[in-house]
Ligand binder design. Structure first.
Ligand code: PLP
Length: 398
């Protein structure tokens, strides 16, 4: 039967303390035990079902973690940000002297962590074009621990061939980690072969831009290792999410499938209009996108090709001019981040990818005039297009 992540969420039975239809929020950092031996056993990971301390596990986070297994993984761990999910996963897997292979196009924060921060710990990183599978395989060395990529890369929207990357990784006894922040519901990386899937839940998963949060989805063994009291990176670095936030994200997760369809429908509409006007546009739903057919073969089709698109306005000055006009016309907000009910746009090269040196940006095809859109949930997207078109005409672009 076809895999549908929405069914995983639909079928969850999570009740509150009094039969509440929303699970109760556990407003405690610590937990009592009736028997001292049970506390000791819980510390040693020898007792199931008991809670010890909320940096270790919190019942509210546990509910959200169960729901985040929408990925088809055994379990998840809830973090206080997407960056915490990424950094804890990589630190859990890698020791000093190890090597990571990653896509050269990734979110700027991830790039900075891999490029500038990991060398402090003697962890080596190779940056490759993730669509060049030969280059990926050629980069593997005896000390390589994992391949890290984004399912849809930020901001160039390259599609990672997850099944083939997983095959390469597993042939060499290493792991594949995928950041699926741009495409929840649409792509199910774990079903496609990824070993660990990370999310910035700040984005589409929560969809409200009211908090920062993340998730690590993987095997029970990996999640247990992360929260081990002696050696777990999540337990020892401590980036746990507050349970009040977990509770609100869990509620928002239940509308994710509807939101993703609308984000995709609207982004597809705008991408086609930009293309008709001769504006260079990157959107995996367009047949001219180099990985359009690949994406079609990997995706859970009914959710579309996602809410992210990018256009190239040539120069940084033009990008700024058009973005400011669009904001004044109420197309959306000139802001970073994504997955919001309103459209957000930003010039990636000078914002969320500014950590990548300009020379590298040009090499990977990130032009200075690139404007990334996270298309909102607008009911009347034709009306939105009329506003965008007006700005493009006024700026002399069309
Ligand atoms: N992964 C991707 C693809 C992102 O775009 C971002 C942030 O923009 C992150 C991870 C980091 O997430 P957070 O801001 O929740 O730490």
């Amino acid at each position: 039967m076809k895999y549908d992540p929405a069914n995983r969420i639909q079928d969850l039975r999570q009740f509150g303390e009094f039969g509440d239809v929303n699970p109760s929020i556990t407003d405690s950092s610590t937990y009592t035990f009736l028997k001292a031996e049970l506390m000791e056993a819980t510390f040693h990971g020898e007792a199931e079902g008991c809670f010890l301390y909320s940096r270790h596990w919190n019942p509210t986070n546990r509910y959200l973690a169960e729901a985040m297994a929408l990925e088809g993984t055994e379990l998840a761990w809830i973090t206080a940000s997407g960056m915490a999910a990424i950094t804890c996963s990589l630190f859990q897997l890698c020791n000093s002297g190890d090597h990571i292979i990653t896509s050269v196009t990734t979110y700027g924060g991830t790039y900075a962590f891999l490029k500038n921060y990991l060398p402090k710990f003697g962890i080596e990183v190779s940056f490759v074009n993730i669509t060049d599978l030969k280059a990926v395989e050629n980069a593997i060395k005896p000390n390589t621990k994992c391949i890290y990529t984004e399912s849809l890369t930020n901001p160039l929207l390259q599609v990672s061939d997850i099944p083939r990357l997983a095959a390469i990784a597993h042939r060499h006894n290493i792991l594949l980690l995928v950041d699926n922040t741009f495409s929840p519901m649409i792509l199910s990386p774990a079903i496609l072969g990824a070993d660990i899937v990370v999310y910035s839940m700040t984005k589409f998963i929560n969809g409200k831009n009211d908090c920062v949060a993340g998730a690590i989805c993987g095997s029970k063994a990996f999640i247990n290792a992360l929260s081990d009291v002696n050696s777990g990176t999540a337990m020892l670095l401590g980036p746990v999410l507050d349970p009040l936030r977990s509770s609100s994200i869990l509620k928002n997760l239940n509308t994710l499938h509807i939101r993703m369809k609308q984000h995709s429908k609207n982004a597809d509409f705008l991408a086609r209009r930009f293309a008709e006007e001769g504006i260079p546009v990157i959107y995996p739903g367009l047949p001219v996108h180099p990985q359009h057919e690949l994406m079609r073969s990997l995706m859970n089709e009914e959710y579309g090709f996602g809410g992210m698109l990018a256009i190239d306005l040539g120069t940084h000055a033009r990008a700024n001019e058009v973005m400011q006009m669009m904001q004044m016309e109420d197309v959306g907000y000139l802001a970073v981040s994504l997955g919001y009910f309103k459209t957000l746009f930003s010039a990636s090269g000078k914002s969320t990818s500014s950590e990548i040196p300009e020379e590298e940006q040009r090499k990977m095809g990130l032009s200075e005039g690139l404007v990334r859109f996270s298309v909102g949930l607008d009911n009347d997207i034709e009306r939105t297009w009329t506003k965008i078109r007006k700005c493009l005409v006024r700026a002399g672009i069309i």
